[in-house]
Design a protein around this ligand. Structure first.
Ligand code: MN
Length: 739
């Protein structure tokens, strides 16, 4: 229990900070209602009571400082309140449910977002994934204020980093340089970025930091004198020209100098913009006027004039930059921009923010999309137009960022499932995937993954992919892997079936397959233009070649079967090519149906249901006759499918240029009245269909008319059927599967 004196000191400290906070919000947003901020302070005072920071200060100082940074960004009371509560769910007994009840949906939503991101320990994740991690953070956020609170939080933590262990310091500093500073940069928040970078650099590489700082300090005195002189000259000339503008000078930030020295491998003397001047004007026209005036005083360095006003940087930074050479030959940079551009450069997205009031609007959503895109942008592009056009093309990154249990970032398409995740890890993991845990909880394989999810795949040796998975996966990689597996295994299955068919056929000649020599099989395969016995067997399995023909070529001439073959019973002869020609005759165009993944298989329409183009169809590998294609509604399908391994996916061929017609039989139930037949035939004639056969039965002034007509596809059929149904006196039109 802290002493009374300590308690009083604590109260005095936090109360002062709290008053500062209220004052700052009132200055920046005089019309705002502060009751939510006051309430958030009271809650956070209560729940963080007794907690201390590493510095020994009361914990409450931290949320107060974070809130103050937010107030300085001119954020709204909702964001400031959320800032005060940002650590309360993770570190105290307060729950999101309570926050929602006491502070409303928005505050709760923001605190929830901040908490979610805090749970990801970016520092322990695999290296070299910084860009993915930055993207992930933004993909997880649907309210910009979450990011701004995270930045404010990080800023205060960096300002007080000295109190932590050196090991922690380095980790946090590294994370700051890799994740947070770049995000601040992409959001155009130059001021926060600068501070985060310098702090990060100081803790990560204290020696280099000190070296650069020393070098700058050695030049500081001289620089300041020089800057004062330049400033006076510019101010005089502006006055003469009647232009009102602020003239400021700045010394380049330590980290930024360090990077320049490293990148360009130069000495500090060669850094052009170590000391620089900034002219802040009242209007855009004045920017260009000032540029002219400056070039009149000093000679500009050729190639160093940059117009970021006409061509803003990707993060919307706008300014004119020029370098001039002073009388004594020193190169020197001057930036010229308006007040508004300056605010944008310093505050970035927060500069936009302050103009808005009220709840999150569609406009903010758009800004968020912009922001995500900006972060998406890996490098600064040289051509801002290129950036803007890409901004239009891809506003919403269609990606989710997930983690493996070991911390590897796995980038997947939006709506990806654990199967996609599994295939990304390894093909074999994909094939044998039976389930998944997301954030420690079991989920079904169709579960959609979200950014930040930690995904653990459960595998089972011997488990196999299923065709249904094709409907669950989102990435083309997993789709291809599954398809490939299915194709390979379909082939294995067809080899197996082919072998059985040959065996069965051979039994008719009382021969066992093992008695047939491999070289004989290979010879026959060669006769079909095949290089492998397996190709021959799979061809038989798929029905491309008949087992009988193959066997015929294997046996000595004159061998006779001891049983009547199946094919003869079907009315076919065993002359080569007969089946193919019959099949072609059956459906007219051999391109009409293709087997998925197998272009060259023999397929035919089953006669029990006569499917027509456009109908849902399913294939069945027959014994020796190729693939029978049934309508999925065909009653035979249910019976046939007990041999599931013979089922195969088929689809209507793409080639629709060759007109195909199918005979379809319809029965029209109608009144037996004068002119009925004429009505029926004219509907069919109008639909460009040809009647092959027509017949009628009548009784008690009711009739049933049976028509066989040529149909090109399902649409054609449907339009004729609906046309017939519209004829007065027609009660019902039925399609008969069997012709
Ligand atoms: Mn915090």
């Amino acid at each position: 229990m802290p002493s009374l004196r300590q308690q009083i000191a604590t109260t005095a400290l936090t109360l002062t900070k709290y008053r500062d906070l209220l004052k700052r919000i009132q200055e920046n947003r005089p019309n705002d209602d502060l009751s939510i901020v006051k309430k958030a302070y009271e809650y956070s005072l209560r729940v963080h009571e007794g907690q201390l920071r590493a510095s020994g200060e009361p914990y409450l100082v931290h949320p107060l400082e974070v809130a103050l940074v937010l107030a300085e960004m001119k954020m709204d009371p909702v964001a400031v309140a959320a800032g005060l509560l940002h650590d309360s769910v993770e570190d105290t007994t307060l729950t999101i449910v309570e926050i929602r009840k006491e502070f409303g949906e928005q505050v709760a939503h923001i605190v929830e977002g901040v908490t979610k991101i805090s749970k990801i320990d970016f520092a322990t994740r695999e290296e070299a994934q910084a860009e993915n991690l930055r993207k992930m953070m933004l993909a997880m956020v649907d309210d910009i204020r979450v990011v701004l609170i995270k930045l404010a939080d990080r800023l205060h933590n960096m300002r007080t980093l000295e109190h932590l262990e050196p090991e922690r310091q380095r980790k946090i500093a590294e994370e700051t340089l890799e994740i947070y500073a770049p995000i601040a940069h992409r959001l155009g928040m130059g001021k926060i970025r600068g501070e985060l970078e310098d702090l990060g650099f100081r803790f990560l590489d204290p020696e280099s930091y000190e070296q650069v700082e020393k070098a700058v300090n050695a030049r500081r005195k001289q620089g300041e004198v020089f800057l004062a002189k330049m400033q006076a000259t510019i101010q005089d000339k502006l006055k003469e020209a009647g232009i009102q503008a602020k003239v400021e000078s700045r010394i380049k930030r330590v980290y930024s100098i360090h990077r320049k020295l490293q990148r360009q491998r130069i000495a500090i003397e060669q850094v052009y913009d170590l000391f620089a001047m900034r002219v802040i004007t009242r209007s855009l026209q004045d920017c260009y006027a000032v540029l002219g005036i400056i070039h009149n005083i000093w000679r500009p360095v050729p190639g160093r004039i940059k117009d970021f006003i006409a061509m803003p940087r990707p993060n919307f930074y706008q300014s004119l930059h020029t370098s001039v050479i002073t009388e004594d030959g020193t190169p020197f940079e001057i930036q010229i921009r308006t007040e508004e551009m300056h605010k944008m450069a310093e505050e970035g997205i927060a500069a936009h923010w302050k103009y808005k009031d009220g709840p999150v609007s569609a406009q903010d959503e758009q800004r968020l999309a912009w922001l995500r895109q900006v972060v998406e942008w890996q490098r600064d592009v040289s051509d801002p137009n290129e950036f803007l056009s890409s901004l239009k093309v891809d506003l919403y990154p269609e990606e989710v960022y997930t983690f493996s249990p070991k911390g590897k970032v796995v980038v997947l398409p939006r709506d990806a499932t654990p199967i996609d995740f599994a295939y990304t890890i390894h093909t074999e993991v994909g094939h044998t995937c039976v389930g998944a845990k997301v954030n420690g909880r079991m989920v079904p394989l169709r579960h959609k993954l979200h950014s930040g999810d930690i995904v653990e795949i459960i595998t089972q040796t011997g488990h196999k992919p299923s065709r249904d998975w094709l409907g669950l996966v989102k990435s083309s990689r997993s789709r291809n892997k599954i398809k490939h597996w299915l194709n390979v295994h379909q082939r294995e299955r067809s080899i197996e079936i082919g072998r059985k068919l040959i065996e069965k056929e051979a039994r008719k000649y009382r021969i066992a397959l093992k008695d047939i020599k491999d070289e004989d099989l290979l010879r026959v395969a060669g006769g079909y233009g095949l290089g492998k016995v397996d190709d021959l067997l799979s061809g038989i399995g798929y029905g491309k070649y008949s087992a009988r023909q193959v066997l015929g070529r294997l046996l000595p001439a004159g061998a006779t079967p001891s049983m009547v073959g199946d094919l003869e019973a079907e009315g076919f002869t065993n002359k080569p090519g007969t089946i193919a020609s019959v099949v072609r005759r059956v459906f007219g165009d051999h391109n009409a149906i293709t087997v998925k993944g197998q272009g060259d298989m023999l397929v035919y329409r089953a006669r029990c249901c006569n499917p027509i183009r456009g109908e849902s169809i399913v294939g069945y590998i027959t014994r020796g006759k190729g693939v029978a294609v049934h309508s999925v509604n065909c009653p035979n399908v249910t019976n046939l499918m007990y041999e599931v391994e013979r089922k195969i996916e088929v689809e209507w061929g793409r080639d629709e240029s060759t007109p195909t017609s199918y005979p379809v039989k319809l029965t029209v139930y109608c009144d037996d009245r004068f002119g009925m037949l004429k009505n029926i035939t004219s509907v069919i004639g109008d639909a460009q269909s040809n009647i092959r056969n027509i017949g009628a039965h009548t009784s008690n002034s009711q009739a049933s008319v049976e028509i066989v007509l040529d149909i090109s596809d399902l649409k054609h059929l449907e339009s004729i059927m609906s046309g017939l149904k519209k004829i007065p006196g027609v009660h019902e039109v039925q399609r008969l599967q069997k012709i």
